[in-house]
Design a protein around this ligand. Structure first.
Ligand SMILES: *Cc1c(COP(=O)(O)O)cnc(C)c1O
Length: 494
């Protein structure tokens, strides 16, 4: 320490840190592995400080720093967040929240043993989706049903079981990317089906399908696949056959008509434009319809296959069905959700309630939040805010509602994201807006204190970044995270 500044060679080793009495006590509580990781991080941080000439006098790797890092290491990473985006089925935020009765079913079934694969009547081996199949058939008006892990999986399974080695005829207007890497042509090739494109991007007629089927070599296995466009709309000079017309053609040719529908509403909340539903698709003649559990249905992540018994059976016994099987928590939550519909209480499901919330009720909720935030000394105002359904459902519809705007931009948005609980808000015209559509009334005081704390943190560190004295350019601040709401158009990711 010739010039009085700490040197790299004065850094302690990991073992030296671990040998300190306080650290030994810490290891007794959280385990040696965690303390080791924390010690390594703290030493690396101290090295950075030395190299930057920023190391303070005294202990280079203080116990308190190791302790703080150990606490961070043991804290959960998957957290509950408050969704203040106004997007109800936000894929990045976990889509539909579960109803408390569905959660109660999960807790009951998952905390002990269950009759997941045993028939209590006969004592023989049963099927794990038996708990939901009758409910699905009754509610959707389907002959048979099967539940797997998610809808992308259901689509892959159906294509593999019913079309592998054959041709899948799809309109060029439906070769979509749903998000998260789900691209229809790629799923088709994974399933072993050969894609036969028909029509054009904007117009496809039933005659296009017929012509393509005519051109297949005799005896070729084939199916028709209809894909819901989910996250975008085709408007203008467009044409596509009705399900009924495609069904007539597929029946005439003796091949199945599959409908990858994605967002499968059982009931559409009032005020939404007419959407194709699974029940209607089946009524109009689709042989097999595939839907998600956590979109408009408002349940857990799941892929639900609905339709003709012989086709559902073929899917059930396919090896992919085992690979994609639903776990007990999914089945329990799905059963709990379906029971809500069966009891005529579908509108109580959180996603349904959030979509159906009236502008007046949302204005009241926003006013309550603004009062709480204002009491904490944060200047804010109630503003109009348009929400969306999200999850690839009714992409063009806007849901009129309200939010609370705070006169602070990105720095506040970032602090809110890092708060406890994290709040995901929106940046609009340099202001932070909290859309209240997806906040429960019981969340409001929590949201308000998160805003107040985030505001105080940004106030102590103006704008949360270092300004360059010469030209005012931004030097510090964190780069935008990929999950930042302002970067993610909720419609691009389903
Ligand atoms: C959302 C969607 C999927 C994927 O569903 P996951 O449950 O997320 O796997 C598949 N197809 C369509 C048409 C969709 O909208």
């Amino acid at each position: 320490m010739e010039d009085g500044r700490p040197r790299l060679r004065e850094l302690p080793s990991v073992d030296e840190v671990l040998a300190r009495p306080a650290m030994r006590a810490l290891a007794g509580r959280v385990g040696r592995t965690v303390v080791k990781v924390a010690a390594r991080q703290a030493i690396a941080a101290a090295r950075e400080r030395i190299l930057a000439g920023a190391a303070a006098a005294g202990e280079l790797v203080p116990d308190a720093e190791v302790l703080a890092r150990a606490q961070r290491e043991t804290a959960p990473r998957l957290l509950r967040v408050l969704n203040a985006t106004g997007v109800v089925l936000h894929t990045n935020l976990g889509r539909a929240p579960l109803h408390e009765e569905a959660i109660a079913r999960v807790v009951e079934v998952a905390s002990g043993y269950s009759n997941l694969e045993i028939d209590l009547g006969t004592g023989r081996r049963g099927h794990r989706s038996a708990a939901v199949e009758p409910l699905l058939c009754e509610l959707f008006g389907a002959e048979a049903a099967h539940a797997v892990n998610n809808c992308a999986g259901a689509t892959l399974l159906a294509l593999a079981a019913l079309g592998s080695g054959g041709a899948a005829v799809v309109s060029r207007g439906e070769l979509v990317e749903i998000g998260g890497g789900f691209r229809v042509p790629e799923i088709l090739s994974q399933s072993g089906c050969r894609l036969v494109e028909v029509g054009t991007t904007n117009r496809t007629r039933v005659a296009d399908y017929a012509k393509a089927l005519d051109m297949l070599p005799a005896g070729t296995r084939a199916l028709i696949l209809r894909v819901h466009r989910s996250n975008f709309a085709l408007v203008g000079f467009t044409e596509e056959p009705e399900i009924g017309e495609l069904s007539a053609l597929s029946r005439e040719r003796g091949i199945p008509l599959l409908h990858d529908l994605g967002s499968g509403a059982l009931q559409l909340p009032p005020g939404l434009p007419e959407e194709m539903t699974a029940a209607r698709s089946l009524r109009e003649g689709a042989d097999l319809v595939l839907i998600s559990g956590d979109k408009l249905l408002g349940g857990p992540q799941a892929g639900i296959l609905l339709g003709r018994r012989d086709l559902v059976e073929r899917c059930k016994v396919h090896p992919l069905s085992r690979a994609l099987r639903a776990d007990r928590m999914l089945i329990a939550a799905l059963e709990g959700t379906l029971q809500m519909y069966r009891q005529g209480r579908g509108e109580e499901l959180p996603a349904q309630a959030a979509i159906a919330a009236t502008p007046q009720a949302l204005r009241q909720r926003a006013t309550r939040l603004a009062l709480l935030v204002g009491e904490g000394g944060v200047p804010c105002s109630v503003v109009e805010s348009e929400g969306r359904v999200g999850g690839g459902s009714v992409p063009l519809s806007r849901l009129p509602g309200s939010g609370v705007a705070v006169e602070a931009g990105e720095a506040l948005l970032e602090e809110l994201r890092r708060g406890e609980p994290p709040v995901i808000a929106i940046l609009r015209e340099e202001r932070t807006v909290l859309d209240v559509r997806c906040l429960r009334d019981t969340d409001l005081s929590l949201a308000a204190s998160a805003v107040i704390q985030a505001w105080q943190r940004t106030a102590h560190h103006p704008a949360g970044r270092v300004e360059d004295g010469q030209n005012g350019a931004k030097l510090g601040g964190s780069p935008a995270l990929p999950g930042d709401v302002r970067d993610v158009d909720p419609l691009t990711e389903v």
